[in-house]
Design a protein around this ligand. Structure first.
Ligand SMILES: Cc1cc2nc3c(=O)[nH]c(=O)nc-3n(C[C@H](O)[C@H](O)[C@H](O)COP(=O)(O)O)c2cc1C
Length: 183
């Protein structure tokens, strides 16, 4: 029995020098006590979602993704914005996590999103689309987690206020308690 809250982290950028990847690593390294962030690797190895591939033996990368997310208590996406929405790599991961329909790895998981882009809006369209998509896939969206951070005037990796805001977002996600419906 452990009281550690495990958060699976999906990073929406594959770029080696990705700002959002760095933020995910910072959040992992600065996780509040009792919270563990597990950055899920291999999103770039996922084939594009295809129901023909999602058969008795799904691709190994998809099986691994589903296992990592199933084993977590929460899911956090850390993502930039591409062309006004989430990058395809993240969208594809959510598609794989959305099946089997009604029983995918996201079903019932508290889900939040944060990220930064070098625009005034900080990727807010991507973040709105990410939580909408995750919610349709069955996740329990925790809207209060969302941080869409502009990286124009600050370096989010070093700015103390931004870092504190992002750590607070992780705490909010970790402490989220789903409402218990009355019988
Ligand atoms: C194909 C592409 C589309 C982009 N579209 C947007 C956009 O719509 N909104 C935005 O804020 N930034 C956009 N950007 C800029 C990215 O937010 C920026 O490059 C960011 O640093 C990428 O995140 P990363 O550093 O984690 O890789 C785009 C970048 C690329 C490569």
């Amino acid at each position: 029995m452990t009281d550690t809250t495990r958060i699976a982290v999906l990073v929406g950028s594959l770029r080696a020098d990705s700002l959002n990847r760095k933020l995910a690593e910072l959040l992992r390294d600065e996780a509040p006590a009792g919270v563990e962030l597990d950055i899920v690797e291999g999103l770039g190895e996922l084939p594009f979602y295809n129901e023909d591939l999602d058969a008795a033996s799904a691709p190994a990368a998809a099986v691994a993704l589903r296992e990592r997310v199933s084993g977590a208590d929460r899911v956090l996406a850390v993502t930039p914005e591409y062309n006004g929405t989430m990058p395809a790599v993240l969208n594809n991961a959510i598609d794989w996590l959305s099946r089997p329909y009604g029983a995918g790895a996201l079903v019932g998981k508290p889900f939040g999103v944060v990220g930064a882009t070098p625009t005034p809006y900080g990727g807010k369209w991507a973040h709105a689309d990410t939580v909408r998509s995750a919610g349709i896939a069955g996740a329990v969206v925790v809207e209060e987690v969302t941080v869409s951070q502009s990286a124009i005037e600050v370096d989010p990796t070093t700015d103390a206020d931004v870092r504190a805001k992002l750590v607070a977002a992780v705490t909010t996600l970790a402490e989220f308690a789903p409402a218990v419906s009355a019988a």
